[in-house]
Design a protein around this ligand. Structure first.
Ligand SMILES: C[S@@+](CC[C@H](N)C(=O)[O-])C[C@H]1O[C@@H](n2cnc3c(N)ncnc32)[C@H](O)[C@@H]1O
Length: 264
């Protein structure tokens, strides 16, 4: 069975079990904040780009909150893709209620239809998306196909170096020494877990099994470059954006990055 079948089930289960209040603040935050749900570093970067009449998209959009937030920048349309059908149903309903010109599609990113080729001015990938793909060349092939010529890709993600450290609840995690290196930077075998999606569900629970993959920075850069795209910006930061490595923040360890890339 393809690992994404398990991951789809695990993400749908997580959405059904999400902690009380999670996702309930979309209306109020959209009404009261300039750019809700978008981390500061990405928000600051986006002030440099024109969104007027732009078609934007998010790959792995979860419940749509980040894309709906990005619509506040003035894009003409937003399209979100995610494998979890219940999240997509929620996102379409919410966007309809809020009268946003957003459309959410339930699909594995690798199977996005060719009818979306050359469709988007900007594509966004945010925290915790890349780990769900074994082969980033295939993932970025789809990004490149969906971007219009000269279209831009924005990635704000966990740094690949985070994969070297243990996280709370893992067997090899040493609470007294969270900076202890427990995994190879070049780890090829997947993480196979069934302890839940903590950030949505609040506490560990015995969940459906899910599979995720670590990638090196060169995997990411080559995946982009080898699909006909240039990298126009890469910034690394020593603070955590995932809620998993907060003890390591501000200690000189690369924990997150921002990348901008342009299709040729
Ligand atoms: C950690 S979230 C990242 C999105 C967003 N930054 C967030 O925090 O909500 C990961 C998302 O990837 C989706 N996902 C996992 N594998 C996928 C695949 N093969 N195709 C499309 N979406 C996938 C999951 O359903 C989940 O909503």
């Amino acid at each position: 069975m393809d690992y994404t079948v398990n991951n789809k089930e695990a993400w749908e289960e997580a959405f059904n079990k999400h902690k009380e209040g999670w996702g309930d603040d979309i209306n109020s935050r959209l009404a009261n904040e300039n750019l809700p749900f978008i981390e500061e570093v990405l928000a600051e970067e986006l002030t440099r780009y024109d969104f007027k009449a732009k078609a934007i998209a998010q790959f792995c959009c979860n419940n749509g909150r980040e894309l709906m937030g990005l619509m506040k920048l003035g894009a003409s349309s937003g399209t979100g893709f995610d494998i979890a059908e219940n999240m997509i149903a929620f996102a379409n309903k919410k966007a309809g209620e809020l009268e946003l010109n957003c459309n959410f599609i339930a699909t594995d990113i690798r199977d996005i239809k060719e009818s979306y080729n050359n469709s988007f001015d900007y594509i966004f990938i945010t925290i915790g998306a890349l780990a769900w793909f074994r082969d980033l060349k295939v993932f970025f092939e789809k990004v490149a196909a969906c971007l219009k010529p000269q279209g831009l890709l924005f990635i704000h993600e966990m740094h690949p170096v985070t994969g070297m450290f243990g996280v709370y609840g893992e067997e090899n995690f040493d609470e007294s020494m969270p900076e202890k290196v427990v995994n190879s930077y070049f780890k090829e075998e997947p993480w196979i877990e069934n302890n839940g999606m903590g950030y949505m569900c609040g506490k560990d629970y015995e969940s459906k099994t899910f599979y995720s993959y670590s990638h090196t920075l060169s995997d990411i850069l080559n995946g982009i470059i080898q699909n006909g795209m240039n990298i126009t910006k890469l910034k690394e930061f020593d603070y955590d954006i995932s809620e998993s490595f907060q003890e390591l923040s501000n200690k000189g360890i690369p924990l997150s990055f921002l990348l901008v890339s342009q299709k040729k």
